[in-house]
Ligand binder design. Sequence first.
Ligand code: 5GP
Ligand code: MN
Length: 622
Amino acid sequence: MRRQISAPDYNLEDKNNELVASPPGGAGAAHEEAPRPPPPPAPRNGTSSKQGGLTIVRRSSSRGKTESSPPTDEQLDQLDLETEHLPAVDTPDACDKAALRLRYLLRQLNRGEIAVETLQNNLQYAAKVLEAVYIDETKITRHAEQPRVQPTTLHMRRLRTPCWARCSVEKPNEAKRLADEDDELSEVQPDAVPPEVREWLASTFTRQLATAKRKSDEKPKFRSVAHAIRAGIFVDRIYRRVTSTALMQFPQDVVRVLKTLDEWSFDVFALHEASLGSPIKYLGYDLLNRYGMIHKFKVQPTTLENFLSRIEEGYCKFHNPYHNNLHAADVAQTVHYMLCQTGLMNWLSDLEIFATLVAAIVHDFEHTGTTNNFHVMSGSDTALLYNDRAVLENHHISAAFRLLRDEENNILQNLSRDEFREFRTLVIDMVLATDMSFHFQQLKNMRSLLTLAEPSVDKSKAVSLVLHCCDISHPAKRWDLHHRWTMSLLDEFFLQGDKERELGLPFSPLCDRNNTLVAESQIGFIDFIVEPSMTVCADMLEYILGPLHSSTKTSTSTVKQDSINEESAGAETNTKFKIKKPWVACLMDNKKIWKEQATKDAEDRAKLEEEENGPPPTQPDE
Ligand code: 5GP
Ligand code: MN
C-alpha cells in the first residue's frame, strides 16, 4: 500500500487522497504515522495496556461529501448499484462507495423505490466496510506483537516544519503565516467534539479540573465515522496548538545553523558555538520535532527539554575532548541525514525512528574519555559491573534509561507497554552495536546476508549498522570538520596514554603522544574501517530501499545512476536504485590530504633523525 503521510498535520489534501486515523496508543508499522485521537488522560509510562478504539480509513477527497455535505441528487441518480465490482472492503475507496450507497438507499427507501435484493447486497457491503474499519484496529495489536521484519508497506514521510520556523522570534510574520497555513482547525466545528473529549482537553491543557466523571462503564460514543474523524482532527489540532505554544525557544544564531541540518557536512561546531555549549538540547529537540516524535508519542516539551539537558550534562561530566555532547550531536545529525536523505525513514515505523534518534543522542552518554580496553586493564568499577564486556556501551544505555525513570525526564511516559519494550530493545541493540569490538563481525554478517538471493534484513540490524557508521563517519565529512575531530580524538587518546603511563599500564594503540603516526593511522582507519563500513551500509540501504523507490519513483532524495559518476562504480544495471553518497568524495579528499601529510611527516622525521644522528650511512656500491 502506498501512503503519503500527512504526519502530524492532518493534511486533508494529501496528494494521494488518503488519511488514516489510528486509535489512542495505536502502534505497529502499518499505522504509526497516522494521527491519533487523544491519549487517555493518565500517563501510561509503558505500563498500562493499550486503549481500544476505531481505526478509521477515509479518502480525503471525500471532504465535503460526508455528513455535512451529502452527495447531490444528480450524483445519486448516476449511481450503479451493482455489488460485484466494488473495491476491497478495507480500502479507503470502499468507505466512499459504502457511504454513497447508504445515502442512495436512504433516498430510495424514502421514495419507496428499492428492490429488496439490492438493499440487502448494498447493506451487506456497507456493513463489511464498517467491520473492516474496526478489524484494522486488531491488526495493529497483532502487528506490534510480531517480530520486526521488513514491512511491505510504504510510508512516504514528510518531515514537519521545524518549530523554530513556526515560532521564531526572528520573523513573526513568517511564523504566523506558517501557523495559519498549518491550521485547518477553523474548518472543524467545535460541536463535533464529544463531551468526554472536551473534558480531556480541558483537564489536560487548561487549569480546569475534570468535573463530571464519566461512569466507568460508559464508553465514548461517536455518532458517526465522520464525526470521529473530525473529533480526532480537532483534538490533534488543539494538542499541536497547545504544545507549540509551549515549544522551546530557539536563539536566532541556533536557527541560522539549524537551517543547514539536512546537509552531509553540517557544521556541528558552529551549532555548539551558537547554542553556547548546548548542541544536544537544540538539535535533539529539533530532530524529534521534525520527525513528529514529540507529537506522536505525546512528549511534553518541558520533559524533553529536561531529558536533553540531563543527557547534555552527562556528556560533559568528564570534560572529554572528543566523546562529549558535540560528538553525540554530530552522530545524531548524521543519523538524521541517513534517515531523510536516503529515504530510510520511509522504511521505518515511528517507533523505530524515535528509537534510532534517541539511540544516537544517548549512544556515548557519560563516556569517561577512556576506552573499553582501559576500563578492563585498569579494573574500573564499570568493567567490574559489566564483566569486561562492552563496558562503556552497557553503561551508556543503562545510565540513559535510569535517567528516564525520573518522571520529569521521562520522554517515554506516553508509550504503551509494548511500545516501551520495543523501543528499549531497539536502543539496547543499537548502542551495544557501537562497540567497536563488534565491528568486523557486524560488517561480515551484513555483507554475507546481502549476498543471499533474497535477503531479509532485520530492522534492528539495519538501524544498528547505520548508527555504527554514523558513529565513525567524521573521516567521511568535509576536511575541516574531520581534521578537528581527529585532533580532539587524539587529545583524548593521549590523555588516556598519560593515565596508562601513570598506572604503569602498556600504552593502548594511538595513545602514546610521543609515538603515534597520526596521518598513517588515519589512512588506515579510513581504508580498513570507515570506507568498508560506508560501502556495506550503502549496499544495505540500496537493497532495502530499492523496492520502496521502484514503487514510487518520486523520491527527490535519490539520484539517478548517471548523475553520480564516481559514486556509482560497481553498479550492476542502469535501473538499480542508488542513494546519494556524499561521503565517497569526502573520503577520497581526506585520504589524499592525509597521504600528503604522511609524506611530509616522514620527511620531517628523516630530517630530525639526520639532525640527531647525522646523515644515514650511504649504501656501499655494488
Ligand atoms: P565511539 O567510541 O564514538 O562510540 O566509537 C567510535 C570509535 O571509533 C572510537 O572510540 C575510536 O576508537 C574510533 N574512531 C573514531 N574516529 C576515529 C579516528 O578518526 N581515528 C581512529 N583511529 N579511530 C577513530
Ligand atoms: Mn560515539
